[in-house]
Design a protein around this ligand. Structure first.
Ligand code: ATR
Length: 280
């Protein structure tokens, strides 16, 4: 038996994570039998010492980082330009103690895989949390014309001011939904948890605001697979894409960093789908 390569995901809580079956299926498919991926519940007050222990005593090659630790881990690693721009990291490589954020690649790669045009297109981002930050960053870099709509406009303004300082992103307006919908809208990206299981009846697009005809919806939610927002878009002649592809592709980008091997995206997608189906 050769050397073992361990990776995993830390979060709090973490039981819901489908990353372990997804990555382990990828290792298996490529014959990387000395690699394994597990999940660890780490409370917020011990993130720093836990990272040290996992690296120095646990022998971990790297980690994925999920809610609520993506900001906290930044202090204990060397973040790359993208993680610095977002103020959050989701992938650590302990071999050089660097960290990056693959959420941006997850979203943009999935939009490209679905042949969604971005260059010069008006894209409405719903939300102003960490997921929205990654979306605005990626979409602006892909040449989209972005507007941000958020329940609390002040929070969107803070997010955009941060992105101006950290990434030089300028000229992205905060608007009301009704205002944003008046312009031609090519794509709506839902970065809020509204409509997520177990509150499937909720929709981030209220009935009183006319839905832009033909707009594509990318919903970062993947449970349920078809959200109310997606139903609304389909009823208005739009294409819809759920968020499972983003989850898979951010994982695939992490996999490539740790292993240096081209990730088997289709295998990972199927494993993620199976793991989700098993918990319905
Ligand atoms: P994450 O970091 O995972 O993106 P977050 O920081 O909790 O998550 O951000 C969630 C986003 O969804 C926020 O923009 C939040 O709006 P506020 O800034 O007004 O809090 C939005 N959101 C959450 N619940 C919502 C709801 N019921 N209606 C509208 N927006 C909601």
């Amino acid at each position: 038996m050769g050397e073992l390569y361990k990776v995993g995901v830390i979060g709090w809580p973490i039981e819901h994570s489908i990353s372990p079956p997804m990555h382990n299926a990828a290792f298996q498919a490529l014959g990387l039998t000395n690699w394994s991926y597990d999940r660890m519940a780490i409370p917020p007050d011990v993130v720093g010492p836990s990272l040290r222990t996992l690296r120095d005593e646990g022998g971990y090659v790297g980690l994925n980082v999920t809610v609520p630790h993506k900001q906290a881990v930044m202090r204990f690693v060397k973040p790359d330009e993208r993680a610095l721009a977002l103020g959050a990291a989701n992938t650590i490589d302990f071999r050089d103690n660097t960290a990056t954020n693959t959420d941006v690649a997850g979203l943009i790669d999935d939009l490209r895989a679905n042949a969604v045009a971005l260059e010069g297109e008006h894209v409405v981002v719903l939300g102003a949390g960490g997921a929205a930050r990654a979306a605005v960053y990626g979409l602006v870099h892909a040449g989209a014309v972005v507007s941000v709509v958020n329940r609390t406009p002040e929070k969107a303004q803070v997010m955009l001011a941060d992105l101006t300082l950290s990434a030089g992103i300028r000229g992205v307006p905060t608007r009301s939904l009704a205002e944003a919908a008046q312009d031609e809208v090519a794509l709506i990206v839902n970065c809020t948890p509204v409509g997520m299981w177990p509150h499937e009846e909720a929709c981030p697009w209220p009935d009183e605001v006319p839905f832009p005809y033909g707009a594509t919806v990318y919903d970062m939610i993947y449970r349920p697979r078809q959200t109310r927002l997606m139903e609304k878009a389909e009823a208005s002649g739009g294409r819809v894409i759920g968020g499972l592809g983003m989850l898979v592709r951010q994982g695939a980008a992490s996999f490539a960093i740790w292993t240096g091997v081209e990730p088997p995206v289709e295998v990972m997608f199927q494993a993620a789908e199976a793991a989700l189906a098993a918990r319905q």
